[in-house]
Design a protein around this ligand. Sequence first.
Ligand code: URA
Length: 257
Amino acid sequence: MSARGGLQSPVADIARQARELLVQVRESRWPGFDTLSQQSASPSTPAPVRKLAAILREEPSPWSTLEQIAQAVSACTGCPLHATRTQTVPGEGASKARLMFVGEAPGADEDRLGRPFVGAAGQLLDKMIAAMGFARDQVFIANILKCRPPGNRDPLEHEVAACLPYLLAQIALIRPEVICSLGRHASHALLERKDSLGKLRGRFFDYRGTPLLPTFHPSYLLRTPADKGAAWKDLQLIMHRLKPSGPEQHSPEEYDR
Ligand code: URA
C-alpha cells in the first residue's frame, strides 16, 4: 500500500511508466503532438488514438488547485455540450476528501444550479453518504461529464474523452483513498472496460493506484429499490477499507427509505 492507502501493483507500475513516456513525447516537441493531443474530442478518430490523445492531454495537469480546474471547466468548449449547457458542474466537496464519488453527468437540476447530485438522485446519494457516517462536505462528488447532455441522454465517447482530463486532474489533486463510481457509465469510463455493472460492482479495482469500487447509480436505486441492500453491502466494503480512521457505521435504514 502507498502512503495514502493506494494499491501498488505491476499494472499500476506499467501505467505509470507509460504515462512518463507520454510526458517525454510531449516534451520532445514532436510536431505531431499538437494534432494528436486534439484528437480526443473528434468522434471520427479511432478509439485507441482517442485514448492516447486523452492521456497526452492529461499529463502533466496544468492546474494546481480545484478552483483552477473549476475555472477551466467553466470556460471549456472542448465538446459540443458547451453550447447547450446552462452552467458547468465541476464537482464539489472536501479538497482532501478520503472518499470520492463519481457519477455520470449533470441532469436538469444540476445544470440549473451548477452543483452535482442536487436532484432526486442526489437526495438518495446524500442518505447513502450519511449512512456511511460522512457529511456531504467531507467527501468529494463529481461526474464524468461536467456539462449536461441534452435530454439526459447517455454520454458519448468523444464527450467522455474531452472531459475526462478534468476529473483525472481532480483525482490527482484530492488523492482520495477510495473512489466509488456510481453506475455503468462512470465505471466504464474510469475502468475502460465494458462489463455489465452486475459483474463490476461490489469489488475493488486498482484505478491508477487508487482502490475504486463500482456500485449502483442512485437514479437506478430509485427505480429499483430492491437493489438497495446490495448497494449497502458495497458501501460497507468501502467503509471497511477506510478504517481504522474511517467513519462510524450507521444503519442502512438511513438511506434505504
Ligand atoms: N446523475 C449524475 O450522474 N450526476 C448528477 O450530478 C446528477 C444525477
